[in-house]
Design a protein around this ligand. Structure first.
Ligand SMILES: [Zn+2]
Ligand SMILES: [Zn+2]
Length: 307
């Protein structure tokens, strides 16, 4: 019999390996879930959120709850990710489809009011998981390796529940349940680590000013993608700069944001990586296109790198 302990991932598959294995298209947008029109669903779940009872291994879909509870303290990316994962589970639930689950193990801790986490191991479970009827608290129960029974009707069940509790009936099942409002992009924790090492002095890589001191004895800086991820910028140290909050906001919202971007490319990053002139010429082109299209980064990435 398989136990929870047997599910511990033994390697760190990257996300692309996992999507390739399932024939899913890997997109730049990575919010812990993937799906396609053919009904292949993939989510990422922490091993320590999984439970075991009477020989069954399962987890409860509490992502929406989590997002509601942590709305004021969690990062926007975390809130969006929770909604995104919940929407895929809901979709599988209503369409009686199996879920592919990649199991994650790593370090989760609370820093200040926020939960920060880092995946150390990540592996696709070869068994499918199935969303079953909700438990007494209304959480969808997702069970490993146990298909839903023949008479399973999620929508009818939800309507019955709604009548009993007097709450509004659920929305009719649609082909795509989309609860996410904002796109989120993968951040490689290694990139942040490397940039942090590069800016170990605590000085803004753009203006040279020392970041303000934090109670932890570090100097506060933020990581900024010079070509933003939502405009096909790469998540690599060669595209990321450690800057003070002033410069960061200016790079996003300043009148001179386009000039700032070009200066970051040539005066900072190219000087750090002088052998990569071709790379920066390509960034320069992208930068010119951003200026022309007047699109640009709107949201701050919200990555502090001093801690
Ligand atoms: Zn600065
Ligand atoms: Zn930024």
């Amino acid at each position: 019999m398989t136990t929870l302990r047997d599910l511990k991932p033994t390697k760190k598959q990257n996300v692309k390996e996992i999507t390739d294995e399932l024939g899913l298209r890997m997109t730049n947008k990575y919010d812990w879930r993937f799906s396609d029109e053919s009904g292949t669903y993939l989510i990422f779940e922490w091993l320590d959120d999984m439970l075991e009872k009477d020989g069954e291994i399962y987890f409860l879909d509490q992502a929406t709850d989590w997002a509601e509870k942590n709305r004021s303290t969690a990062l926007t990316v975390q809130i969006n990710r929770a909604y995104a994962v919940a929407s895929v589970i809901l979709q599988a639930y209503y369409t009686k489809a199996p879920l592919n689950v990649a199991i994650i193990e790593g370090v989760r801790r609370v820093v200040g009011l926020r939960e920060t986490s880092e995946a150390h191991l990540r592996q696709l479970d070869l068994q499918k998981w199935y969303p079953h009827h909700r438990d007494e608290n209304g959480y969808i129960v997702v069970i490993r390796g146990k298909p839903q029974p023949d008479g399973f009707g999620a929508y009818e069940d939800d309507q019955r529940r709604a009548k009993l509790t007097g709450s509004p009936p659920p929305p009719p099942p649609s082909k795509t349940v989309e609860l996410t409002r904002t796109a989120i992009y993968d951040r490689d924790p290694q990139v942040v680590k490397d940039v942090k090492r590069r800016a170990a002095s605590g000085c803004c890589e753009f203006c040279g000013k020392l970041g303000f001191p934090t109670p932890q004895g570090t100097y506060y800086l933020e990581a900024h993608h010079v070509i933003p991820l939502n405009l096909d910028g790469a998540d690599t140290v060669k595209n990321v700069i450690a800057i003070c909050p002033d410069d960061h906001r200016r790079a996003h919202f300043g009148e001179d944001r386009h000039e700032l971007r070009d200066r970051m490319i040539w005066d900072v990053l190219h000087k750090l990586y002088p052998d990569d002139t071709e790379y920066y010429e390509a960034l320069d082109l992208q930068s010119a296109q951003i200026r022309k299209s007047e699109k640009g980064p709107t949201k701050l990435e919200d990555v502090r790198i001093d801690s």
